[in-house]
Design a protein around this ligand. Structure first.
Ligand code: GH3
Ligand code: MG
Ligand code: MG
Ligand code: MG
Length: 308
């Protein structure tokens, strides 16, 4: 059995790894029909190291949202084509923007009107002219909270990897914006994991799962999404890799992982099997299915191997 200290030390190591990934700069979409007002706000944000994009035409806001992918929207209230409240309502109707902070920045100082606007999906209301420190603090707090929430809902709590749902969403995103580069999907499944639990106990099984998660993160490219697909199953998306390259990469990872000693337990050797499938223009579901079939072949072939 592992001691609590050993288990804690692995967890601590993992958490350190996860927490120190660099944070991308905040991306703020400024929606304002007045170019001068928008540029003024953009200036304040840019000086604070944030990235901003200005949309003077409310009818183009949804396009701008899709291409820019903002962390937060600064919304004017009164614009000729469409008012900010209506726009906020439309944005909120989209599932992917449920968690996106929308802050009104407007000259409107009537409290009733402000509250009406908030009811349409805004998170806060700042009255122009706003003091820069006030604007920046409001933005920082909102974006940080939204990012925390996103991490919480998109990550698996044991390993910090993408959870099942977000792994599949990530796969779909990659398929949607495929660039002509090859793309390979890999299913990974620990061999005889039930034996590990039965022999060493469930907490050791958990440590093994975390070790493999950490090992995959350390041995694959940062840009390759990794998810915990199920209990002791993982999924990996290898970009710019055809089936043969994906096979080679995973076979190397497999060999190195099999040589690890888990937490000093010399007798505990763990192996995994892999199924690799290269995307061939099909649906995400069909690609996953092919990787799963390949995994099944690897298991039938004797485990501790990669199949494609
Ligand atoms: P195979 O080589 O065919 O994959 O055999 P296996 O024993 O790995 O496969 P099986 O699907 O029979 O067993 C998987 C086990 O994983 C069963 C389940 O109790 C265990 N498991 C699932 N999630 C967790 C978890 O989060 N922690 C631990 N410790 N065990 C888990
Ligand atoms: Mg206006
Ligand atoms: Mg399994
Ligand atoms: Mg298994």
């Amino acid at each position: 059995m592992y001691s609590d200290t050993e288990v804690q030390s692995v967890i601590g190591h993992l958490e350190n790894m996860l927490d120190h990934s660099p944070q991308p700069p905040y991306k703020i979409l400024i929606v304002d029909d007045s170019r001068a007002q928008a540029m003024h706000a953009a200036n304040v944000l840019n000086k604070a190291g944030m990235l901003s994009q200005v949309s003077n035409d409310p009818l183009q806001v949804l396009d701008a949202m899709a291409s820019f992918g903002p962390d937060l929207v600064l919304m004017d209230m009164y614009m000729p084509e469409c008012n900010g409240m209506e726009l906020a309502r439309v944005i909120r109707q989209q599932k992917e923007f449920l968690n996106l902070p929308i802050i009104y920045l407007s000259g409107e100082d009537d409290r009733e009107r402000q509250l009406e606007a908030m009811a349409e999906g805004g998170d806060d209301f700042l009255t122009k002219p706003v003091e820069p420190g006030h604007l920046l603090t409001t933005i920082r707090t909102r974006v940080e909270r939204a990012r925390q929430l996103y991490r919480l809902i998109s990550r698996d709590s044991l390993t910090g990897l993408l959870n099942h749902t977000h792994m599949l969403e990530t796969l779909q995103d990659h398929i949607n914006r495929q660039s002509g580069q090859p793309l390979s999907f890999v299913m990974v499944d620990i061999d005889h994991f039930k034996n590990i639990n039965d022999t060493h106990g469930h907490p050791v099984g958990d440590v093994v799962i975390k070790n493999l998660a950490l090992f995959l993160r350390q041995n694959l490219r940062k840009s390759d999404p990794i998810g915990r697909y199920g209990g002791e199953e993982f999924a990996v998306l290898l970009q710019d890799a055809d089936e043969r390259q994906a096979f080679a990469v995973m076979d190397k990872v497999r060999t190195n992982f099999a040589n690890l000693i888990h937490g000093g337990l010399r007798e505990l050797q763990v192996t995994f099997s892999c199924g690799v499938a290269q995307w061939s223009g099909e649906s995400a579901a069909s690609l996953v299915e092919r990787a799963d079939q390949a995994l099944y072949c690897a298991k039938r072939g004797g485990r501790n191997q990669v199949s494609m």
